[in-house]
Write a protein that binds this ligand. Structure first.
Ligand code: PLP
Length: 361
């Protein structure tokens, strides 16, 4: 993008492009790893009631520290991981992307590293925050290479080391023993290990939450956008040692999380049994979709998430992507040549995807 000379845009931003997953209408929207299951009527009603109550006091600022929501999130984390976290271990914000931004604002004084291909927002937010980003490597089949990662950490001594598990866009999870080894590697030079667990609920791998007690420099990021089918509400959260959370309070904007958001998120958490039931359905659909792709002669990367990275088609990826879109199926070209990523949808969407793909192969 070229910028007018009169605009005093910061130099390091001039070469960047905005995050831009296409938002176009499609019969099957399988491109941003959203949860295909809309909130049930019961959940919609409960959120509406809670929001109506908040409306009576919208002249007042919200609870700046979102204490009730952070307690509820701690309870939810403890249920899944057997931890004993409290509100003092949790920070909540408008999506995990705001959490990532706050991490850079608070701690981004040295370099940051991630192991690509991985979540494209980590380097983008690093650049916006003025932090040097280092692209660490994975194996050529995209699997995580612990020895290589430890080597790169020792060489570059990054303040922030990012891993995403399950990884987006590849889908594979990093084992808890590898994460523990990374935690030790980054502690050697006083860095932080940031574990982005946006898809944790879709994975059976043990969460890095269990490391925080023994490794206070481990920060875990979660979101309600995927498993909780709550992308439109914008709620992400950080789990860490209480001093990490104290640092978040230095960089957050006052009253950043609206009273409406806090109220709605509390209700969604109350409905977690229902919402996590849909996650179980998606996990079983993922396995079905993987088998169907194999039956079409395609190959897939292992997935512990709600999406699948596949290859083995002969057309260039951008061409197959647009041919699918012409048939009403929107998936994701993640910029890896000869690979495309598809989000697991509902039954009708998965069917539409497989039908269109079969016609095109
Ligand atoms: C989808 C996703 C997020 C979620 O971002 P939100 O701002 O919470 O919607 C974070 N990290 C990764 C790796 C993701 O894929």
């Amino acid at each position: 993008m070229s910028w007018p000379t009169w605009l005093p845009l910061r130099d390091e931003l001039r070469a960047l492009s905005p995050y831009g997953a296409p938002q176009v209408p499609a019969e099957a929207a399988l491109n941003t790893n959203e949860n295909p299951y809309a909130p049930s009527l019961a959940l919609q009603g409960a959120i509406t009631d809670a929001v109506a109550q908040v409306c009576a006091s919208l002249n007042r600022y919200p609870d700046r520290d979102a204490t009730q929501l952070r307690s509820a999130l701690a309870t939810y984390m403890n249920e899944g991981s057997g931890t004993t976290l409290g509100a003092q271990n949790i920070w909540a914000a408008n999506g995990s992307n705001e959490i990532i931004q706050s991490i850079f604002l608070a701690f981004g004084s040295g370099a940051a590293i991630g192991f690509t291909p991985s979540y494209s927002m980590h380097p983008l937010i690093a650049k916006v925050a003025g932090t040097t980003w280092i692209n660490g490597q994975r194996n050529s089949d995209f699997s995580f290479n612990l020895d290589l990662a430890v080597q790169e950490i020792a060489t570059h001594k990054p303040i922030l080391t990012f891993i995403t598990t399950p990884n987006n866009p590849t889908g594979d999870a990093i084992s808890i023993s590898d994460i523990a080894a990374l935690a030790i590697a980054v502690s050697a030079h006083g860095g932080l290990l940031i574990v982005d667990e946006a898809y944790a609920e879709f994975s059976s791998e043990k969460s890095a939450l269990t490391l925080i007690d023994s490794h206070p420099h481990v920060l875990v990021i979660r979101t309600m956008s995927k498993a909780f089918a709550f992308a439109g509400a914008r709620v992400g959260y950080l789990i860490g040692e209480p001093r990490v959370i104290d640092a978040m309070m230095l960089v957050r904007l006052p009253y950043h999380l609206s009273a409406l958001t806090q109220a709605a998120a509390l209700i969604a958490l109350e409905y977690r049994a229902e919402l996590l039931g849909n996650v179980a359905t998606l996990i079983s659909s993922r396995q079905g979709l993987i088998s169907s792709l194999h039956n079409l002669g395609l190959s897939t990367r292992p997935s512990a998430a709600n999406f699948i990275l596949f290859t083995g088609f002969s057309a260039p990826a951008p061409q197959l992507w647009s041919q699918l879109l012409e048939k009403g199926v929107l998936i994701r070209d993640v910029g890896l040549s000869s690979y495309l990523r598809v989000t697991v949808g509902n039954e009708a969407e998965n069917k539409a995807f497989l039908k269109a793909l079969t016609e095109l192969l």
